[in-house]
Each structure stands twice: as C-alpha cells, then as structure tokens.
Design a protein around this ligand. Structure first.
Ligand SMILES: [Zn+2]
Ligand SMILES: [Zn+2]
Length: 145
C-alpha cells in the first residue's frame, strides 16, 4: 500500500494483537483498518505506545489540505473530520472501508484527549458551606422551640 500523504510504501507492523500500516521513514503517518484505531486510542492501551514514535523523515512536509485517497480503496477519497466531539484532533476516515489515516503525532493527541477527564456536572453543583448548614440547623431548632 502507498502512503496517502507522501506516497512512500507503507510497512506493516505488528503491535499487540493488531497489524497496522505505517509510513516508516516517510511522513510517519499510520493507517488503521476499521476498528483497529479503537484498540490503541487510550493511554492505558500499551500496544499503542509503540506507535507513538514512528521513525520518519523530518524533511517530508505533508499537505493537510490536499484530498487524500484511501490506500485500500481505489479512487475513494478520505474525509477529514474531528475525531471526537471535543474537536481537538482531525483525522482522515475512509467512507468506504471505515479505515483511518493518522498523520504523525495525531495518535498521541488522540490518546491525550481521551485521558482528559470528561467535563462533568461537578462544577455546576452549588457549593453549600458548613456555615449555611449550621444556619439551617439553627432555623430548625428555633422552629421546634
Ligand atoms: Zn507518508
Ligand atoms: Zn477505504
């Protein structure tokens, strides 16, 4: 398979239970077949650690604005979109085979994004001070008296 970003030949590497195609010595991007990305996109998934530092040629600049073709499906263009609702990292997805192309550094950012705690309702909860609770007890006591 050819790299969709720099046209180098992709090399298949085995990480844990999955095989991915990386642009080793080229732009350092990674191709994930459908459902493979989900196995390495969280920081506690050790297999993904091997993919964070792909050997690459720093002089290769990839053009993020150029439409890329899926390395698996002939003539199908990848669609660039945000990886999650947090809208921090953009990835290229094939609308035909559901594979993902990640440029160098994007997996690191996706894993960092996933490990960030969700914005929960914690901050929205009113902060009841102990003074206020004491005041409520006092009111109750007065009512009983
Ligand atoms: Zn490449
Ligand atoms: Zn495809």
């Amino acid at each position: 398979m050819k790299c969709p970003a720099c046209f180098n030949n992709l090399s298949e590497i085995q990480v844990g239970s999955l095989k991915v195609d990386v642009c080793q010595g080229g732009c350092g991007g990674i191709w994930f077949d459908a459902f493979e990305l989900q196995k390495v996109d969280e920081e506690e998934e050790a297999a993904g650690g091997h993919l964070l530092d792909i050997q690459r040629d720093e002089s290769i600049k990839v053009d993020l604005n150029r439409k890329r073709e899926c390395p698996r499906c002939e003539g199908v263009k990848l669609k660039r979109h945000f990886f999650s609702a947090k809208r921090l990292v953009e990835v290229d997805e094939c609308p035909n085979c559901a594979g993902y192309w990640l440029d160098a550094g994007e997996l690191t950012r996706i894993r960092a994004e996933k490990s960030r705690p969700e914005q929960s309702g914690e901050q929205g909860r009113p902060n009841i001070s102990s003074d206020f609770i004491r005041y409520l007890y006092k009111l109750q006591g007065e009512r009983r008296a």
